[in-house]
Design a protein around this ligand. Structure first.
Ligand code: RAT
Ligand code: ZN
Length: 447
């Protein structure tokens, strides 16, 4: 499949909204000048536009059916999401070691019993499971697990995937694809068929941050690399990236970085980034996504749930944006304390696109604060959210919550504009929502 076809889902939603506004829904087919909305009408227009617009989910850990077991879905996977595992250990006497020794079904049962039956599921992640059960008309009380299991068992994944994406109002999702993951490598090498609603992303964490391990793997695959990055190593890493660009046709390259990230830096990571990744991004015209501020394995006993967050020194980002004006950077920072600085940098550098409120930030109170700040400082020139979903059905609650949180924020924004004497029409709202949740990303990824 060629590059154009691969990108086609991005074009499902109208891309010409800026040039030709939609007609008013009450126009009876005739064109009228767009109606200026009153303060009262603004809220229902925002509500309606958010509810009916399709979004691009620009960072997930989801996979289409062709990736087999890598694509997680269903109630047991929802319950054993690492966000919930971390919460489980706050209530349970069970040790992590005991928990990991259980089969998946028993882990799910322990979490259901502890977080949903014995305690009220009021956290963001637990409410998400309730919202998913409820979206499928399943009971949310004690019988929810048994009935949920029966329901999901009766679904076929091929039909379930598009149904769930439609329920979430998502036109396409962007995956996280690591060619150094053995299971994923096999899928790609077996010539996995592209899925029209799933875009690939070349994820570079292992390559950039753990070079002492993957170099031997690359060497075994015929790349002339060594652990010291000597000789042809850099050129060979670029050949590796080029081969994976051809195979995956990714929409961007991505890496998550620690709070201690510095750039430039005389380290293996710094050298690979500077001499291989940034030039390859320019060669293939791809943005680099940097998710900065994760502190990996603060508590290793919790495995995936054991990572933490830390404030980063964003001068590293300043150096990247300033010294590589021909590279585009999609950036999300994990620490709440870094959010304002990120907006300031985005005002200085138009090769920087802030995106999402990830992981520990994806709670309504924090999303609200960050999104208001971004609108106040950047207008609509950012990407408010991605789901980061690891289990398919999570897109239902995560996107529902995003729409819910965004409604009062956008309403208040347009009311303020109206109060200042501006005219707000439904077409303006449609254009802006489309920018925020589709075209800012699509244009950035396919420039
Ligand atoms: O939000 C998460 O699930 C994290 O574990 C990470 O996957 C993070 O989103 C990442 O992509 O590194
Ligand atoms: Zn992620």
């Amino acid at each position: 499949m060629g590059q154009d076809a691969w990108f086609s889902p991005f074009r499902i939603a109208p891309t010409n909204v800026e040039a030709k506004p939609f007609e008013q829904s009450d126009s009876g087919g005739q064109s009228h000048p767009p109606l200026t909305l009153t303060a009262d009408q603004i809220q229902s227009a925002v509500n309606d536009v958010l509810a009916t617009s399709q979004f691009i989910d620009m960072h997930t850990h989801l996979y289409p059916p062709a990736f087999g077991k890598m694509g997680l879905w269903g109630i047991d996977q929802l319950l054993t999401y690492h966000y919930l595992e971390a919460e489980f250990f706050r209530y349970s006497e069970m040790t992590p070691e005991q928990y990991w020794s259980l089969p998946k079904a028993a882990q799910a049962e322990a979490i259901w019993q502890t977080l949903f039956v014995e305690n009220s599921p009021v956290s963001e992640a637990t409410r998400g499971v309730i919202a998913v059960l409820s979206a499928f008309g399943l009971p949310t009380g004690a019988s929810g697990l048994t009935e949920g299991r029966a329901f999901f068992k009766s679904q076929t994944v091929e039909e379930h995937v598009p149904k769930v994406l439609a329920m979430a109002g998502v036109s396409s999702v962007v995956m996280t694809n690591d060619p150094l993951d053995a299971e994923e490598w096999k899928c790609w090498m077996n010539g996995v068929e592209p899925h029209p609603q799933f875009q690939a992303v070349l994820r570079l964490d292992r390559l950039l941050r753990e070079w002492s391990q993957p170099w031997a793997l690359l060497a075994g695959q015929g790349y002339a690399v060594d652990d010291q990055l000597s000789g042809k190593s850099i050129a060979e890493i670029r050949r590796f990236l080029s081969n994976w660009f051809e195979r995956m046709r990714p929409v961007y390259m991505a890496v998550s970085l620690p709070d201690s990230f510095q750039f430039p830096e005389d380290t293996v990571c710094g050298k690979i980034l500077r001499e291989a990744v940034l030039p390859s991004c320019r060669e293939f015209n791809l943005p680099l996504s940097a998710m900065i501020g994760v502190r990996r394995q603060v508590n290793p006993r919790l495995r995936l749930g054991g990572d933490g967050a830390g404030r980063a020194d964003l001068r590293a980002l300043e150096n990247l944006c300033l010294n590589y004006p021909d590279n585009r950077f999609l950036v999300s920072v994990l620490s709440r304390e870094n959010q304002h600085e990120l907006c300031v940098y985005a005002r200085k550098f138009n090769n920087l696109m802030p995106f999402g409120c990830w992981w520990f930030l994806n709670n309504p109170s924090v999303v609200e604060e960050i999104t208001r700040e971004r609108i106040e400082m950047l207008g609509t020139s950012f990407i408010p959210q991605h789901s980061d979903a690891r289990v398919l059905e999570q897109v239902i609650y995560k996107w529902r919550n995003t729409r819910h949180t965004l409604t009062p924020i956008l309403t208040e924004t347009y009311r303020s504009l109206a109060r200042d004497g501006g005219k707000v029409t439904r077409q303006d709202i449609q254009r802006d929502v489309h920018r925020l949740f589709c075209s800012n990303f699509a244009h950035w990824a396919s420039r």
